[in-house]
Ligand binder design. Sequence first.
Ligand code: GDP
Length: 446
Amino acid sequence: MRPTIFALATAPGRAAVAIIRLSGPGALAALITMTGGGARPGGARRRRVRKKNSDRGATAQAHYFAGPHSYTGEDCVELHLHGGVSVIDSVTAALLEQGLRPAEPGEFTRRAFENGKMDLDQAEAVADLVDAESGAQARQALGQLEGRLGVRYRAWREALIEALARLEAAVDFPDEDVPRDVGDQAREALEHLAAQLDAALADEARGQRVRDGYRIAVIGAPNSGKSSLINALSGRDAAIVTHIPGATRDIIEVPLVLEGYKVVLADTAGIRMTREPIEIEGVRRARAWAASADLRVWLVDQGAGDRAWREAVDLVHSGDICVLNKSDLPSGADLAEARAAAAALSLETLTLSMLSGEAEALATRLSIRVRRDLSGSDFPAATRARHKALLREARGHLGRALDELREPELAAEDTRLAARALARISGRVDAEEVLERVFATFCIGK
Ligand code: GDP
């Protein structure tokens, strides 16, 4: 018999209410022994939770959910208690005395998955919802939890299985018995699906960006005002502002919410030629972060007149944002040259002064970009690297199946592998180690 587990489902510490959750075949028996009374399925009862031979105890509202109509699919009990460390400790002691085991991180959701209450992508959505900091993250997680990702993958898999049936018909019957159009129908179905997977892959970054944050690198020469900009946008002193060039050596990542989307702003080391080993490493990290960012904000000190801005030009991508900073100072002789470089790269250019509190204009531009890049008409097909990898794997097999249509046996095998890759997203055909990895990132009590 499976062990019955328990965990504190609310945050520990001082609180109005604490909830301890139990799941497993012994949940109801433990409630009855500890309180001297049971509870109706779906109902709540006021009870006192006591250790053996103790007349004191904690007052609880005991809720009972009879399996399989519960979160985990097993018998579950929730004890709603007065919050506070001492109450939680005394109930925990009583539960341990009953032989219940403290739950591992994610163990409730893992049981829900194993009992068929949800697919793996929905279980992932539970963790994402708990971690959500922005409205968009929460909306996406909720959509995934409601099965919006699963519905799409199921439809694709069904189409693959239908194409597979046609290919197998072509294998099983001698040439003359197979209707000619069987191969054509299989080709048509596989091509249609390939186009859908291509569209999903073209859009693959969006879901992951909503979940993990849209990455904006702030780059430029030392002293161009990068740290001032980060602090102004985040409303706090996240980065050190100083007139000493080269102060930022490592990447400082600052999370923000813009337009309901999570954004990660990165303050990076000023880009310049240097012999100083720590600074060289800082510049290398700045380059790497900027290369993988979704957007770069390139700062140019328009008063410097020293062409130091040139060092960062090769990091900028077409369509990025250029901020000509320090507009309160007289402009340097090379300003026109910097403007021309920005125009040649089709950058959106803003003239601002961070010192005069003009960061808001940049925040507006950034919000527009984030919304444009992350809002889509469709629910994204991938919200994690795991989904992306399997989507790519399925597309690879599909491409091979299309190439092999003259040999239906081979095409059928690749079609089968493509369907399998898609099924692995829902976790129904996966190895233990994948499950371990997914559930290890959960918090205890979920
Ligand atoms: P970073 O090295 O690029 O991070 O630049 P900092 O943000 O540390 O700024 C370097 C220096 O320039 C500091 O002394 C800032 O106060 C100053 N600074 C930043 N923005 C402006 C601005 O718009 N106008 C003026 N006059 N000074 C600025």
